[in-house]
Design a protein around this ligand. Structure first.
Ligand SMILES: Cc1cc2nc3c(=O)[nH]c(=O)nc-3n(C[C@H](O)[C@H](O)[C@H](O)COP(=O)(O)OP(=O)(O)OC[C@H]3O[C@@H](n4cnc5c(N)ncnc54)[C@H](O)[C@@H]3O)c2cc1C
Ligand code: SF4
Ligand code: SF4
Length: 423
């Protein structure tokens, strides 16, 4: 693709619809000259911060971190959120690629399907065998798939998640380059890891032995939205990503709030070996397989990311392959193979021993996806419209969100000094 920012290059801008990233004007001048460095009416990271992070709508997908061409956005390690780490140039890319502000993610999903999707995506129930099955959350399919691709030389590594050594149940981004790494990283981590924003650092630390690596990126659907949008508009951070795997998702959690909530039920987070959320239940199990807690997941609502309420992408529609447990028996993973890249990877894993069969309850998957879409439509202050322009301008966002409980919040005074220093 030739564009630099989301502007709906594939379908063309719609008359009268504000374009992305321009404050104070109705049309994006970069439609005429996309290389203008200093467009009038800049969007600064501060604008994104107030509209998304301070407004408690950030879903920690790290798209803004990856999109920033001057590496001005880093990750606050305590909060796991984006933060300004050096001067912001006001280029607006963080706004343009953020699925909670400038990127109309439902349009991006439509475009991705049209550009890359198989005519008929195929849905399976599948399970791994042996060590990968044991390491996995459901059928161990992701672990087995990635192991087959790395061992077969098709991938140099995979950006996945593993539990931090010193912080129980907290996941961090991890670049797995071997079966052993993948076995260590198997299972679900119920917080965001911002892996998309760390690919360069992970590669630098891993000494992977090639300047042009092919990696898989595993993550929640919103992270895959950001990665694939960056790929469409030809941004370098997406270059190493050769395969995307989305973990189906209706909600992710704030690690500290999740842990506090478990403690309020008398569960010691250090004692939890496996946490599982499926069928509307949260289960915590210790290292001996003894149940520590089983509860309705609704009891953990307050620990969830509030921005997840605006998400209709349960199935990770931008990914090459999506995986979850909805619709399959225990011990199986539901997998949707959506692109030719996904199909080639899937066939490799099947040749490597992955067992596949038909999904047991396709209607259950459809029901949850429909529920998820309706939730988003009812909560999004803006219109949910897969046919509208991919870019949402700052003005358009403000017009929809101001006066709602999701309106931009003034910057936290504790952080104002960062902006005074750098902007
Ligand atoms: C926050 C979250 C919410 C989910 N919600 C649902 C849901 O509502 N419905 C549903 O059907 N499925 C949901 N899933 C997916 C499900 O829990 C399993 O991940 C999926 O079924 C794959 O199982 P598996 O055994 O094939 O994967 P595994 O073989 O266990 O491999 C999973 C891979 O994903 C990586 N990973 C785990 N957590 C993360 C993370 N947070 N960020 C990046 N990489 C990660 C692991 O490191 C591992 O490599 C959710 C997952 C997450 C992380
Ligand atoms: S939602 Fe994603 S892109 Fe938007 S501010 Fe948060 S991390 Fe950045
Ligand atoms: S529910 Fe949507 S926004 Fe929230 S973590 Fe999952 S994919 Fe991201």
């Amino acid at each position: 693709m030739s564009g630099t920012n989301p502007s709906d290059a594939a379908s063309g801008p719609r008359p009268g619809v504000p374009q992305a990233g321009v404050k104070g004007v109705g049309e994006d001048p970069r439609e005429q000259d996309r290389d203008v460095a200093e467009a009038p009416g800049k969007i600064w990271f501060r604008d994104l911060d107030e509209a998304v992070i301070e407004a408690d709508r950030c879903i920690q997908c790290a798209s803004c971190v990856a999109a920033c061409p001057s590496d001005s956005i880093g990750i606050d390690e305590d909060e796991g959120r984006p933060t300004l780490v050096k001067m912001c140039t006001g280029c607006s890319r963080c706004w343009d690629f953020c699925p909670r502000s400038g990127l109309r993610y439902e349009r991006h999903l439509e475009l991705t399907r049209a550009e890359r999707g198989l005519e008929e995506p195929v849905t399976y129930a599948a399970r791994a065998t042996g060590d990968t099955a044991e390491a996995g959350q459901d059928g161990g399919v992701v672990t087995a798939l990635l192991a087959a691709l790395i061992e077969g030389g098709e991938l140099d590594g995979a950006v996945v998640a593993r539990e931090c050594d010193d912080d129980p149940l907290r996941g961090e981004a991890f670049l797995a380059t071997s079966r052993e790494d993948l076995l260590e990283a198997g299972g679900s981590i119920y917080n965001q890891t911002m892996g998309l924003g760390q690919i360069e650092t992970l590669l630098a630390d891993a000494a992977i032995g090639t300047d042009d690596p092919d990696l898989a990126l595993v993550g929640t659907p919103c992270m895959i939205q950001g990665a694939t949008a960056l790929d469409r508009y030809d941004h370098a951070p997406a270059d190493p990503i050769a395969l995307t795997v989305a973990l189906m998702c209706t909600r992710s959690f704030e690690h500290s709030r999740l842990v506090s909530r478990l403690e309020s039920f008398g569960v010691d987070p250090d004692a939890v070996d496996t946490l599982d959320i499926s069928d509307g239940r949260l289960r915590a199990v210790d290292g001996n397989g003894e149940s520590l807690l089983e509860s309705a997941v609704d009891a953990f609502d307050a620990a969830g990311l509030r921005g997840c309420d605006e998400c209709a992408d349960l199935v990770g529609g931008a990914a090459d392959i999506s995986v979850g447990n909805v619709g399959s028996e225990d011990g199986y993973t539901t997998a949707i193979v959506r692109t030719e890249t996904g199909e080639a990877a899937w066939n490799r894993a099947v040749a490597g021993g992955l067992e596949t069969t038909a999904i047991d309850r396709p209607a259950a998957l459809e029901r949850v996806a429909e529920w998820n879409r309706r939730r988003a439509e009812s909560i999004l202050p803006r219109e949910y419209d897969p046919d509208d322009s991919i870019g949402i301008s700052y003005e358009h966002h403000r017009a929809a969100y101001d006066g709602t409980d999701r309106e931009p919040e003034p910057l936290n005074p504790a952080r104002v000094h960062q902006y005074e220093e750098w902007c």
